[in-house]
Design a protein around this ligand. Structure first.
Ligand code: ING
Length: 314
């Protein structure tokens, strides 16, 4: 028996600062049309996919900052995507900047992703936990990376959702670099993790890493997939966006860790693969049978300790 989902990795090229959400949604729908022609059941869009990657700028005015966020979802601008997808019977996931209100009406800002089933219902939400970059303006940088300033740490943990005939999970960009992300979902039986990313080619604090940035991108997603016996679909917003080049290489990765489909441009592009969720089984029941092989009694430091503490000198 196979539980096949045909997945479209819908990579997006640069989104200009002055590009409207309507224009972006039209590009997303063009990719959805292409996905339909390929017989896709599910389409994965990037992180913060409705606007340019605004954390690259230091924004002091709150009103100016707010205009990069969505206060409702679906919104008027995104409704056409939800409608077209439901018409086609195609599910999707995409990332956006979310303003949520708590019970006291206080504003909270998150880097968010939603999972939408084939009938257009939002069946899952995730808020980015690992926020990279910095919280204060650092003028020495050619560009800022102010996610720690503009977003709060996600408050939903790493949930999984029964959808598309399997167990689906989400994470976002920097989350993919942390093994804990995949393992928490792996411990819930996840079979497909989807994620979007906006990854600059240059990482100003460590320029010596830039040459191996694309290698690191696939390394972390392939290991996350294999070590947790899950599919991983990682989709870029890429190309030269407002003067900041970002990596592409969107990929669909099998539980074996193999890349089964990949984008090869830095623009709007669809990579497609037939993903049999039952391919997770042989890994979950053998080498990564967590119940049989894990020894949590020795893993305490992973939860108890935040930063590394080396042994005493001498
Ligand atoms: N972007 C980058 C990412 O984790 C980064 C930030 C780049 C971290 C390069 C380390 C090295 O892919 C986001 N948006 O998290």
């Amino acid at each position: 028996m196979t539980r096949m989902i045909t997945v479209g990795a819908a990579q997006m090229g640069p989104i200009a600062k002055d590009e409207s959400r309507g224009q972006v949604v039209n590009r997303m729908i063009a990719l959805l049309d292409r996905a339909r022609r390929h017989g896709c059941d599910f389409v994965v869009y990037p992180e913060l996919t409705l606007t340019t990657f605004f954390p690259r700028w230091f924004i002091e005015d709150e009103t100016e900052l707010d205009q990069w966020f969505e206060q409702e979802m679906p919104s008027n601008e995104t409704q056409p995507l939800f409608q077209k997808a439901a018409e086609y019977g195609i599910g999707f996931t995409f990332g956006y900047a979310e303003i949520a209100r708590d019970d006291n009406g206080a504003k909270h800002r998150y880097n968010t992703s939603i999972l939408v089933e084939k009938d257009g219902r939002i069946v899952g939400k995730y808020r980015k936990v690992h926020l990279p970059g910095h919280a204060e303006h650092e003028p020495w940088r050619r560009f800022q990376h102010l996610e720690k300033r503009y977003f709060e740490t996600g408050d939903l943990g790493f949930p999984v959702f029964r959808a598309f005939g399997g167990i689906m999970g989400m994470c976002i960009c920097n989350d993919r670099r942390w093994p804990e992300t995949y393992r928490v979902m792996g411990l819930q039986g996840v079979e497909m993790v989807t994620l979007g990313y906006n990854t600059p080619v240059e990482n100003p604090p460590a320029p010596e890493h830039d040459a191996v940035g694309p290698f690191h991108n696939h390394l972390v997603m392939q290991s996350g997939a294999y070590q947790n016996a899950t599919w991983v679909v990682g989709v870029a917003k890429c190309g030269n966006e407002e003067g900041v080049p970002m990596i592409g290489q969107s990929a669909i990765i099998a539980p074996s860790g193999e890349i089964v489909a990949q984008c090869h441009t830095l623009g709007d592009e669809l990579a497609v693969a037939d993903c049999d969720l039952d391919l997770c089984k042989s890994y979950k029941e053998s080498v990564f049978n967590f119940a049989m092989h894990r020894e949590p009694q020795h893993y305490g430091l992973i939860v108890e300790r935040k930063g590394a503490v080396p042994p005493p000198e001498g």
